[in-house]
Design a protein around this ligand. Structure first.
Ligand code: NAD
Length: 423
């Protein structure tokens, strides 16, 4: 019987079908992946600074644990809902498998506008959420990490709260922690670093020769943790970052923005300074005439409506799900190369894996060791995805899903259950 799927999650599932055509995948595996393994919805009560009590909806979805304990971030955002968390958990399943990590996929979130909370309220919110989901997570079960509007400090609170409940210091229960609490060196920059390695391995698409000989150009939507760091790496590699945006505004300078100054202003004021360049309609950033477009904010930045107007040669998907499914075909038709989210932004979960491994082994790796391992993993798997895409003449997205699906299927089939019934 068909399962009713809606919006984001429906889109997530649609991409599996294309991948299943070229991957060696069993029917059992596809059947298992139709639905999330478990979905938890909780109320998160918080005592506010003024003495009142407020309750926020919280979620944790474990999508599939065929390859290992499930792994995925926790998002604090007003638009968080069950469908979004489910789609994000689905993407995490394929991201971990595409990078050959020993993890399944999960995601969590709270529907809350943290900009309205004090730091103490945010801490109480986090501890309340952990106490609600404590039976659902654990170093061998499900391991949260940061996502939009959660950071290392939030992970430190989660570790502390979980350790109290578990009656023992349990650093491997979350990743992306502060380094003094068992976090890994290199985790804070891992997502952007990984995206940069993926871009370096796969290369830019059709427009290998920038038009005016002044270096390639880039536009960054979402100048946050990942977007700002990537902008710095691109600028260091000779790109002109001509446009950037955050939730307050978009700025544009054809001569190239001063990325370091932008980052400093964003860190101190929490928003991009209007004085950085000409103000730009944030929608226009997506369709600018640049070599590289980097969506690094939220889902569905590129839709069926604006995809046809995109002039960038390559899209590097740092955000999760920035391209709506119907836009895939429009971009493919137009020859725009898309380095897909499950590969492009997998550096974060890869270094999260390194952090978890260090915690469990009681080791601390140097920044160089982390960087070398990340580079090797990202370049190796990016090259594999590119090869698969060329071999089957499919998009990089379909190839990344196929690589992941093949790995999940091999693990599933290794249990031999279908064979026992002669299937
Ligand atoms: P962040 O909160 O640090 O940054 C998000 C930025 O996007 C903020 O600057 C915000 O102002 C901006 N933004 C929000 N709405 C916008 C809009 N409509 N237009 C333009 N900008 C907008 O979050 P982050 O950690 O950098 O994550 C960004 C994206 O990358 C998310 O999709 C996240 O899931 C994905 N991602 C992050 C990591 C990680 O390790 N940080 C790992 C994998 C994927």
């Amino acid at each position: 019987m068909p399962v009713e799927r809606t919006s984001l999650f429906a889109g997530a599932g649609a991409r599996l079908e294309a991948a299943a055509e070229i991957a060696a995948v069993s029917g059992d595996t596809l059947e298992r992946l139709r639905l999330p393994q478990s979905v938890l919805k909780v109320s998160v009560p918080v005592r506010m600074d003024d003495g009142s009590l407020r309750t926020f909806p919280g979620y944790r979805v474990r999508y599939d644990d065929t390859l290992g304990p499930t792994k995925g971030g926790v998002r604090y955002h007003p638009s968080v809902n069950a469908d979004e968390v489910q789609a994000l958990a689905f993407w995490m399943t394929f991201k971990c498998a595409a990078l050959d990590l020993p993890f399944g996929g999960a995601k969590g979130g709270i529907a809350v506008d943290v900009k309205e909370l004090s730091l103490a309220e945010k801490e109480r919110l986090t501890r309340s959420y952990v106490s609600r989901i404590a039976d659902f997570i654990g170093p061998d079960v499900d391991i949260p990490a940061p996502d939009v509007y959660t950071d290392a400090m939030v992970m430190g609170w989660m570790l502390d709260e979980y350790s109290k409940i578990a009656r023992g210091f349990t650093p491997a229960v979350v990743t992306g922690k502060p380094v003094p609490l068992g976090g890994s060196l290199g985790r804070d920059t891992a997502t952007a670093d990984g995206a940069f390695y993926a871009l370096g391995t796969i290369g830019r698409g059709a427009r290998e020769d920038p038009r005016d000989g002044e270096g390639p150009t880039a536009a960054i939507q979402g100048f946050g943790n990942a977007g700002a760091r990537l902008a710095e790496l691109l600028a260091g590699a000779g790109y002109r970052v001509v446009a950037a945006s955050d939730s307050t505004r978009a700025v544009h300078d054809p001569g190239g923005l001063d990325v370091a100054a932008l980052r400093e202003a964003k860190d101190s004021d929490g928003e991009l300074p209007a004085s950085a360049g000409e103000e730009l309609d944030p929608e226009e950033l997506i369709t600018m005439d640049v070599d590289l477009l980097v969506p690094a904010a939220l889902e569905d930045a590129i839709t069926e409506e604006n995809a046809g107007e995109i002039r960038a040669g390559t899209i590097l998907e740092v955000a999760n799900g920035p391209t709506a499914v119907p836009a895939d075909a429009v971009l493919e038709e137009a020859g725009v190369r898309v380095i897909p989210d499950i590969l492009a932004n997998a550096g974060g979960v890869t270094v999260s894996y390194f952090e978890w491994a260090q915690n469990r082994a009681g080791l601390r790796w140097s920044a160089e060791e982390v960087r070398d391992r990340l580079r090797a993993r990202m370049t190796g798997e990016s090259a594999r995805v590119a090869e698969l895409a060329a071999e089957h003449d499919v998009t990089l997205r379909t190839a990344a899903y196929a690589l992941a699906l093949g790995r999940i299927s091999a693990a599933n089939d290794a249990l031999g259950t279908a064979k026992a019934f002669g299937a």
